[in-house]
Design a protein around this ligand. Structure first.
Ligand code: G
Ligand code: G
Ligand code: NA
Ligand code: MN
Length: 250
């Protein structure tokens, strides 16, 4: 917990940074968007993984400051990419708790409105959404501001069909636990293809995450997944390496 009192300073000192992982379209191989993932380089402890500090930030409420900082940083990085001729939507992880936080919503909309940012909010931890009505209102407000909504980690843990009923989203990300066995499991392929049909019927594009090999990529493309994310396409990259990723491709 002492760690968390340092988070605010860490943000100010730029010890926290955003890495970006490309999400690739299966139709033409182009990059649909990139997902921003937080990294913390502590001056004494070294690298602290988001698996450790995100859950603590959620418990202490500091996830709000961190996510507001991420929005500012992503908008800045997006503008820098544009200046280089690279137009990319940036996806940010927004925890279910923040989705229903009105102070966060006011600040987020203030940051987004008035600049032509192209952002996607990946709603994580949908399991904690206890007020579907407020969640739906928040989603409507973000979409009105031009932010697309993605349901993250679908099919993992407690996430369920009821989220598709209550969250009006643009994108569905199938959790990697349902992805990695597709080559060998007929059962997993059936679950994925019916999820793809369901999502498409509801007007959502489908992302398969955690794709680590070409044969998995091929099976998922064949099952109709619109977008692929995972180590096989690219690891999450520091901003400068992301620039190089595009220099090499175009
Ligand atoms: O990047 P990595 O796989 O190490 O991330 C581990 C977890 O931390 C993932 O579940 C990811 O969604 C989460 N995470 C990374 N950055 C952020 C962030 O900025 N906000 C939130 N809420 N979660 C994040
Ligand atoms: O919860 P979320 O889906 O946001 O988690 C993203 C996390 O998954 C990031 O921390 C990222 O490092 C990790 N990740 C991205 N691609 C792969 C992959 O192909 N395999 C595995 N095991 N993890 C991945
Ligand atoms: Na995510
Ligand atoms: Mn995910």
């Amino acid at each position: 917990l002492a760690l968390m009192s340092e988070l605010r300073d860490a943000l100010r000192r730029s010890d926290v940074s955003l890495h970006y992982q490309p999400k690739r379209k299966t139709s033409d191989g182009s990059t649909a968007s990139v997902e921003a993932l937080c990294r913390w380089h502590h001056p004494v402890r070294g690298r602290i993984g988001p698996d450790l500090f995100i859950p603590i930030a959620e418990q202490t409420g500091q996830i709000r400051v961190l996510t507001e900082w991420s929005i500012v940083k992503a908008i800045e990085d997006q503008a820098a990419l544009r200046a280089q001729g690279v137009h990319l939507a940036i996806a940010l992880n927004v925890s279910g708790r923040l989705l229903v936080d009105e102070a966060f919503q006011a600040r987020a909309l203030q940051l987004i409105e008035g600049c032509d940012a192209d952002l996607i909010f990946e709603i994580t931890e949908t399991a904690v959404i206890e007020n579907p009505k407020i969640a739906a209102q928040a989603i409507a407000a973000y979409r009105a501001a031009g932010v697309r909504i993605s349901i993250d980690d679908y099919g993992a843990g407690l996430s369920s069909l009821s989220y598709l009923k209550m969250l009006n989203a643009d994108e569905l990300k199938i959790d990697r636990s349902l992805i990695h066995d597709v080559v060998n499991s007929e059962r997993d392929r059936l679950i994925i293809s019916s999820t793809v049909d369901l999502a498409h019927g509801l007007g959502m594009t489908v992302v398969a995450e955690g794709v680590e090999t070409e044969d998995v990529f091929d099976v998922l493309a064949g099952l109709g997944c619109d977008t692929i994310q995972g180590y096989w396409v690219s690891r999450p990259l520091p901003f400068n390496d992301l620039m190089r990723f595009f220099d090499n491709r175009h």
